[in-house]
Ligand binder design. Structure first.
Ligand SMILES: [Zn+2]
Length: 202
């Protein structure tokens, strides 16, 4: 894997000054892990599950009303448990990308375990939406994450605060900064699958 660093000025097509990409982590209560006593904090769990139960439908309605497309970073288990929501996201023309299966902490996984998490998540999202995800974000990362994402054929990731373009042979994967001040990618490098809403030039 080779890292390519982008240092040039960004020129967006057709005179646009910037691109905005709306992304939503669609994880429900998957990141709520049991307390030391082995029990799940039920208040936190229900707060998390508000997203796939209720919030998702409100967000989809607003996006629909405003004609804006978004990207939903979805846990495999959420796709498994909320098939109707995944169907609605896909039917709305939005992108569904990966966000772990059970919101695993990547740095705690062996390389094989992390590879398996990605495989299962891809499989479930594809099963529910009919489309293989090409993007990935996890709230944590491991030293193996980039290599494994390349291995699974992802075109973009937003797990790093670094700005690099890992290239493997002919394939290049774009890494979006996860907490960006600026968006550092070339227009040519943006996979066409990523829904982006252009701003009016001027
Ligand atoms: Zn998350």
């Amino acid at each position: 894997m080779q890292e390519l660093h982008f240092r040039e000025k960004i020129n967006w097509p057709d005179g646009y000054r910037m691109a905005v990409v709306l992304t939503f982590d669609f994880q429900g209560g998957e990141d709520v892990k049991p307390d030391k006593n082995g029990k799940i904090n039920h208040e936190e769990w229900t707060q998390g599950e508000y997203g796939p139960q209720t919030g998702i439908w409100r967000i989809l309605r607003i996006l629909d009303e405003t004609g804006v497309k978004g990207t939903f970073l979805t846990c495999g288990a959420i796709a498994e448990r909320y098939p109707e929501a995944i169907k609605a996201i896909a039917q709305g023309g939005h992108e569904i990308a990966g966000h772990g299966y059970h919101h695993e902490v990547a740095r705690d996984l062996t390389q094989d375990e992390e590879r398996e998490v990605m495989r299962k998540t891809i499989e479930m999202i594809e099963k529910r939406s009919g489309k293989r995800p090409v993007g990935w974000r996890s709230c944590t990362q491991s030293p193996n994450s980039l290599k494994l994402l390349m291995e699974h054929g992802f075109l973009w990731t937003a797990i790093h605060s670094l700005m690099i373009f890992p290239s493997s042979g002919k394939k290049t994967m774009v890494c979006w900064p996860s907490c960006p001040d600026t968006l550092l990618v070339t227009a040519e490098s943006i996979p066409t699958e990523i829904p982006a809403t252009p701003m009016t030039p001027g």
